[in-house]
Design a protein around this ligand. Sequence first.
Ligand code: BTN
Length: 268
Amino acid sequence: VSAERLRQLLGLRGVGWPAPLEHFDSVGSTSDELKRRAAAGAPAWAVVTAEQQTRGRGRSGASWVSPRGNLHLSVLLRPSNAGPQLSLVPLLAGIAVASSLREYELRAEIKWPNDVLVEDRKIAGVLAEASTLGTEVAIVLGIGIDVNADAGVPAGGVSYASTCMSRLLGRPIDPLAVAAAVLARLRDVYSRLEGEGARGILSEWRALSVPWWGELVEVSSDERTIRGRAKDVDDDGALLLEDEAGRVMTVHSGQAFKLRRAPARNPA
Ligand code: BTN
C-alpha cells in the first residue's frame, strides 16, 4: 500500500518511477535489503523503504537510530562507465535531501560530504556504498531523515546533536511525502550530472552547503584527523583544507566538524 502511495506521490510530481518500489514495515537495514536485490539483478532506481529498521547502519560503522516515523530509504544507482563521475554521486544525495527539506521551509544545509543539518543539528545522513561486479558498478545510496522522531545523539559518539522535521515545524510530517520529494529531486540532479557534468552540480552543492569557507575545520576518519581552513570542494567532490603553512590538502572522506573560534581575549 505504502509503495503504491509513494508511486502516486511521485506521479503527482510528474515523475514516473522506472523501477520497483518496495516498502517494509520493519527491516534490518533497507540498504542491506537493496544490496541483496542488486546482487540478484535489480534494475537501476530500485527502491526499498521501511517504517523502521532494527539494524540501521550509519557511516564509519556507526549504527543509525531508525524508529517509526522517520524515513529510511535506499535507492540503487547503476552508473554506466561512460556516465557520471562516481565520486560525485554521494554528493547528489545531499543535494536531493537538502533541497527537499527546503521545500518544507527548513533551512537545511549540507555538511560535507552529505550530512544535512538544520540550525547546526543533524537531521539527515547518507550512506553511499559501491560494489562492482565485473565492469558493472552498483551504488546503494542509503538515506535516513529524522522526520517525526528525534534520534538523539547518534550512537558511535558522533558529537552532533540531532533534530527532526516535526519538531522544527510543529506538526507531524508524512515520511512518504518526504521520500517522494527526495526521489524526484535525486532523479533530477542525477540526470543533470549525466547531461551537464560536474560544474552545475558542484555549484548547486556549494549553494546548499554550510558556509564554512575560510573557517577552521577538522575532518576525522579511521586513519587520521586533519585540520585546516576550508577552502572549497574540488571537481571530484573532495574537500580542500589549507594548513597553516598554506599547503592545500585534499580530503576524500571523513567526518567534518567546524572548530569553535577561540573566544576573543579582553585587551590587557
Ligand atoms: C550517516 O551516518 O549519517 C548515514 C546514515 C544513513 C542511514 C540510512 S537509513 C536508510 C539506509 N539504511 C541503513 O541501514 N542506513 C541508511
